[in-house]
Write a protein that binds this ligand. Structure first.
Ligand SMILES: C[S@@+](CC[C@H](N)C(=O)[O-])C[C@H]1O[C@@H](n2cnc3c(N)ncnc32)[C@H](O)[C@@H]1O
Length: 261
């Protein structure tokens, strides 16, 4: 690095599930003081509005399966360039940055280039869904483990380790799985998960427009395609999940009254 360039600082900040009142105070302070903000597609307008007017805001992400995302390498270089120019750079990610947020790759890159980093945690979608729809993720004597997993398809096949997911004492939170819900249910049952296991599928958890797309048993879960809206979707599976609101269209608990995306 040339001697006249300062290494700078980048804060990798969790924006939580979308509602501004689910930001941590530390995340709120980071957003309010940011001079440059690089944000992913799941960050809501409500949260972006908290950044200063003069802040440079750069959208880096797309929703899964849609065009328009920056390559990771481009994002890394952009963060580095901005940090070296001196502004207070905030890399804002939906939920918690350490959960399917590529924070490891970004930290490694920045630290290798001498940039000071700080990670600010956020409320992950699984916690937001559980709180809003009234079920625990763990439950004494019933659910001893929580498995955060993803169902991204690799070359047409479900990529997750479904054998571990078949553990009856585990609550599964399946990220990025909405479009493959039916296949996931079939894979879980063939891996040994009981067909009667409760499932909740929540769209836009932690946001005012949150809704349950499905509430029922694993055996009844088919393709969600007709029900899918524009929001992110999380699949939760496990006996503890069955303690939540039982029917579709049940009004979410603790829904924020503030406006969101
Ligand atoms: C790239 S992952 C990012 C996860 C994020 N870092 C977190 O901790 O929630 C994106 C996936 O997370 C899930 N997700 C994120 N926000 C959500 C929300 N508000 N409601 C439901 N699912 C959400 C969806 O499965 C979505 O496809």
């Amino acid at each position: 690095m040339p001697p006249d360039l300062k290494p700078g600082r980048v804060r990798l900040v969790g924006a939580g599930p979308g509602a501004a009142d689910l930001l941590t105070v530390r995340a709120l302070r980071a957003v309010e003081s940011a001079q440059a903000l690089l944000y992913d597609a799941l960050v809501t307008d409500e949260i972006l509005a908290l950044a200063p007017r003069a802040c440079l805001k750069i959208r880096t992400g797309k929703r899964a399966g849609r065009a328009g995302s920056m390559k990771q390498e481009t994002i890394n270089r952009l963060m580095l360039r901005l940090a070296r120019r001196g502004p207070d750079v905030v890399r804002l990610k939906g939920g918690d940055p350490s959960i399917f947020g590529r924070v490891g790759e970004e930290l490694e890159f920045l630290q290798a280039h001498g940039v000071e980093t700080e990670v600010v945690p956020g409320v992950t979608a699984a916690c937001a869904a559980a709180a809003q729809f009234g079920f625990p993720l763990t439950q004494r004597g019933e659910a001893r483990r929580v498995v955060l997993t993803t169902a991204r398809l690799t070359e047409g096949a479900l990529s997750a380790d479904w054998a571990a997911a078949a553990d009856p004492e585990a609550t599964l939170a399946i990220y990025m799985g909405g479009a493959s819900a039916g296949e996931i249910a079939a894979a879980l049952m063939s891996a040994g998960r009981s067909a009667g296991t409760p499932v909740q599928i929540v769209e836009s958890a932690g946001q005012p427009g949150a809704r349950q797309l499905f509430s029922g048993a694993l055996r009844d879960l088919r393709s969600l395609a007709p029900a899918l809206g524009d929001g992110p979707t999380l699949i939760l599976v496990g006996d503890a999940v069955g303690r939540g609101a039982a029917a579709m269209d049940v009004p979410p608990r603790q829904a924020s009254s503030s406006s969101g995306r």
